[in-house]
Design a protein around this ligand. Structure first.
Ligand code: EPS
Length: 387
């Protein structure tokens, strides 16, 4: 089974991920991972922190001579900013300093609930781990998952759909061409007209000490029918992807296919009629409102997911909170942050979706080596072509 765990505080030494269950024999380099780490750092609206960091993964286990070994892969991404935080983030009791302690929790953050739950007196004990810096580790793991999926001609791409109220027009290109458009653009948006307005919206929010959220789309092309299962609630692929996306910092909503818009149409205009292509010996749909998943299983069409990111909770113009010592109403703490991180969230969404699809692929086809997994996959493809 593919699974992973991350560790690390935002201003600690590093963020780390251990990913397990990747079959042996997958060719991968640190460069493959660093490429995606760099993509996550970009995007108009990011704050000063991204000018400090140049995220690179150090591979400390699981890869030898350019190939995976089937053993846990450990990836360490150093926090360059840690050098500026050695005292505040020190492991040693002797560095404890009352001056550093903050007790004015920010609305929208994990600060207050975490302090109550873990009985911590300093909000830094919570915010350091709750920080979206952790997503660097998930993107590193996602890069490995994407590499595995590419061996099966499965591609996962993402793009910015909406910033504030400005929505891009529908995707009208082959998903494989998406990176060619998104990667050099300020907001990873395909609709250049909308993107200009989005940039202006972020600029305006920043000027007002405010933040702005948005929606990103993640598209999976090339997955075979039958990933996930209808037989049990926790095996359903849409449910698993939804959990992965919802677990990304600041995500408040997830859609599959037409998503919430389904309520605006009757059944006859919602469900995708089934056809059969005799030359390709394949079933297909003329429409894809289901977003490539029916009954918790991939149906062979492109899978489409969206994540809604709330405006970042750290505001330069602070909201009211309670001083935890005096219990009086005060301004919440002001900390350096981003104005908008939706383009980065798209890269993270792409990573966590890739991990879930890779997990479902491994579950269906098994294999300790890539060779074995591919053999099982090809047998299955033969089986469905001859159905
Ligand atoms: C974050 C706050 C900011 C962001 C950070 C997430 O960091 P800092 O507190 O150092 O200014 O830049 O995102 C990252 C560091 C990152 O790598 O994405 C937060 O509070 O969640």
């Amino acid at each position: 089974m593919i699974r992973y765990y991350t560790a690390g505080e935002s201003h600690g030494k590093s963020v780390t991920v251990i990913i397990e269950g990747i079959p042996a024999g997958l060719a991968i380099t640190a460069g493959d991972i660093n490429h995606h780490l760099a993509r996550r750092q970009k995007g108009y609206g990011r704050g000063k922190r991204m000018q400090i960091e140049t995220d690179k993964a150090e591979v400390t286990s699981g890869i030898r001579w350019g190939e995976t070994l089937g053993s846990p892969i450990c990836l360490v991404v150093k926090n360059k900013d840690w050098e500026n935080w050695t005292e505040i983030m020190s492991l040693s009791k002797k560095d404890k300093n009352e001056e550093f302690i903050k007790r004015t929790p920010r609305p929208g953050h994990a600060d207050l609930s975490g302090m109550l739950k873990y009985d911590r007196k300093d909000m830094r004990d919570i915010l350091e781990r709750a920080s979206a810096r952790e997503t660097a580790a998930r993107v590193a793991a996602g890069a490995v998952a994407k590499k595995l999926l590419e061996e099966f001609n499965i591609y996962v791409v993402s793009f910015t759909k909406q910033i504030g109220k400005i929505r891009a027009r529908a995707l009208n290109m082959d998903p494989k061409d998406v990176p060619g458009v998104t990667e050099e653009s300020p907001l990873r948006c395909i609709d250049k007209f909308a993107e200009k307005k989005m940039v202006a919206e972020i600029k305006n929010a920043g000027k007002n000490g405010d933040t702005v959220g948005g929606i990103f789309s993640v598209v999976v092309q090339g997955a075979p029918p039958g990933l996930g299962s209808h037989t049990q609630w926790d095996l359903k692929l849409d449910g698993r992807v939804a959990q992965a996306l919802m677990s990304v910092q600041a995500i408040k909503g997830v859609e599959v296919g037409r998503g919430f818009d389904v309520v605006n149409y009757r059944g006859s205009k919602t469900h995708d009629e089934i056809k059969y292509d005799r030359s390709r010996k394949q079933f297909f749909r003329m429409t894809n409102n289901a977003g490539g998943i029916e009954g918790g299983m991939s149906n062979g069409e492109v899978m489409i997911f969206r994540g809604a990111m709330k405006p970042i909770s750290s505001l330069m113009k602070p909201l009211k909170t309670v001083d935890l010592t005096t219990k009086k109403s005060v301004d919440s703490a002001i900390v350096r942050s981003d104005i908008c991180a939706v383009p980065a969230a798209g890269v993270v969404g792409e990573a966590v979706v890739a991990i879930e699809v890779a997990r479902a692929m491994k579950e269906k086809f098994g294999g300790d080596s890539l060779k074995e997994m591919k053999r099982n996959y090809q047998n299955y493809i033969k089986q469905i072509l001859n159905y």
